[in-house]
Design a protein around this ligand. Structure first.
Ligand SMILES: Cc1cc2nc3c(=O)[nH]c(=O)nc-3n(C[C@H](O)[C@H](O)[C@H](O)COP(=O)(O)OP(=O)(O)OC[C@H]3O[C@@H](n4cnc5c(N)ncnc54)[C@H](O)[C@@H]3O)c2cc1C
Length: 431
């Protein structure tokens, strides 16, 4: 595998951007164009939708305001989670057992899909198995254990097991946790390498990409739908809206359903042995049970990538200074280790913490709001959007049938109210 040594960047940019294989440049849309289906957004959702559509023979144009993977999909923790943000038991109570089971099956499929896409298209993205959910406090152990047992008993999920404090310390190389869950069905990958690999596969299947192209609005009539961009327009039979946190900018009717928070990640300098071998000896990824969680894993070039903290307004000028105390509280022996990269990304969240799928009129399909758990689910979301666009909406509708809730407040009040709500959850982490 490659992964060449990368140039340190004084803690101001994403390690992913300097370590991912380069992507092809795609010219911006200029003037008018036509497609069977226009996909708006070049993250996992849009890339997967475009690829699956093109593989079925559709003429697809994908527009992206930045570059492929420049949104959350190329900036995230790379962690592949099992299930959904809501526990299965809660979903059963809320939606009934049958619906909860169908959602679980699709979530399971999402992990397999990522592994299959990487294998089928030869995407070199450092894909690895293993995810530990670490209990941040003793009181978090019981619900985690109950959930693990519930999945084993009712969903026949045998890849996750509870581990005690000593077992967790062995897996993680730190003794700060009272226990956790080792999930061999979870895993991690280099998200930008994966996004760019999906784009290459899409190109090979015939998708036409336009980067640096902002969609400003969508206009529908009986005959077609137009995506009006700053630099031109695309007329299509259908549109797939895959802008996650920003979908409300293109389709204002979606704005009450999606909020966004900034999350932060740092990458240390490459760590020498024995330090490197002490941290995460199993090479699993870790997420803890906090609402504002710590999440981390090792990189192929021997760094620790550590994510955590959140902000709801302007990101701080010094991200490294904000994240470092969290990292050092987990690994005190990293005090003084150099942080060479630091970056932020926007997480699209819903009021229910469930992805929000649906339709606007008869020609627009959308999927967004994976609420911090989109590495696997957004790729599946794209596949289900493609199925629905091609006339098989049944599996898409398993998600679309989950009742969506709006965030309280109007355009002005929504952000402060959401901030207050999220700050409340943050407070709960201390009790
Ligand atoms: C810092 C961070 C850490 C995370 N960690 C994890 C993790 O470890 N595991 C996990 O499962 N999930 C994680 N997530 C969540 C996950 O990254 C997302 O759920 C997922 O990437 C969403 O994919 P998407 O394609 O729907 O959205 P995005 O990747 O955001 O893609 C949307 C794209 O639309 C483009 N766009 C927006 N508006 C327009 C417009 N008007 N015109 C044209 N293009 C437009 C954007 O530029 C963007 O590229 C994390 C997110 C962040 C930010």
């Amino acid at each position: 595998m490659r992964w060449p040594p990368v140039q340190a960047a004084n803690g101001t940019q994403s390690w992913y951007r300097v370590s991912a294989p380069p992507s092809h440049a795609h010219i911006a849309l200029l003037g008018s164009a036509r497609a069977d289906i226009c996909v708006v957004g070049g993250g996992f959702t849009g890339l997967s939708a475009a690829l699956h559509l093109a593989e079925k023979g559709a003429k697809v144009a994908l527009i992206e305001v930045g570059t492929v993977g420049s949104g959350a999909s190329g900036r995230n923790g790379g962690q592949i989670h099992t299930g959904l943000r809501q526990r299965q038991k809660a979903l059963e109570r809320w939606l009934g057992k049958e619906h909860a089971r169908a959602l679980w099956d699709l979530a399971q499929e999402s992990k397999a899909l990522v592994r299959d896409l990487a294998a089928r298209h030869g995407i070199d993205c450092a894909l690895k198995d293993g995810l530990v959910i670490a209990a941040h406090h003793r009181r978090a152990l019981r619900p985690l254990a109950e959930d693990t047992e519930h999945l084993r008993r009712h969903y026949n999920y045998g890849q996750a097991e509870m581990i005690d404090a000593a077992g967790t310390a062995r897996c993680l190389g730190t003794s700060v946790y009272p226990g956790g869950r080792l999930d061999k069905g979870g895993g991690h990958l280099h998200p930008l390498a994966f996004a760019r690999g999906l784009a290459r596969a899409g190109e090979a299947a015939g998708v036409r990409f336009h980067e640096h192209t902002r969609a400003v609005r969508i206009e529908q009539n009986e005959r077609c739908v137009r995506v009006q961009c700053e630099s031109g327009a695309i007329d299509a039979g259908q549109v797939i809206l895959a802008c996650d946190a920003l979908s409300g900018d293109v389709a204002p009717q979606l704005a009450p359903f999606i909020a966004h928070v900034e999350s932060f990640i740092v990458a240390t300098e490459p760590l020498a042995s024995p330090l490197y071998d002490t941290i995460l000896p199993l090479d699993a990824a870790v997420a803890d049970t906090r609402h504002v969680l710590d999440y981390y894993r090792k990189s192929e070039d021997r760094r620790l990538l550590f994510g955590g903290r959140e902000s709801y307004w302007t990101p701080p000028a010094d991200i490294a200074a904000m994240v470092r105390p969290r990292m050092e509280s987990v690994y005190p022996f990293l005090k003084g280790a150099r942080i060479e990269f630091a970056w932020s990304g926007t997480v699209g969240i819903t009021a229910t913490r469930m992805p929000h799928f649906g339709r606007i009129g008869s020609r627009v399909l959308f999927a967004h709001g994976y609420s911090g758990q989109g590495v696997a689910l957004a790729n599946l979301g794209g596949k289900l959007l493609a199925e629905a666009a091609l006339g098989a909406p049944e599996r898409f509708d398993v998600f679309a049938r989950v009742p969506a809730k709006v965030f309280p407040g109007n355009a002005w009040l929504r952000k402060p109210l959401v901030t207050a709500g999220l700050a409340w959850f943050k407070l709960l982490d201390y009790f």
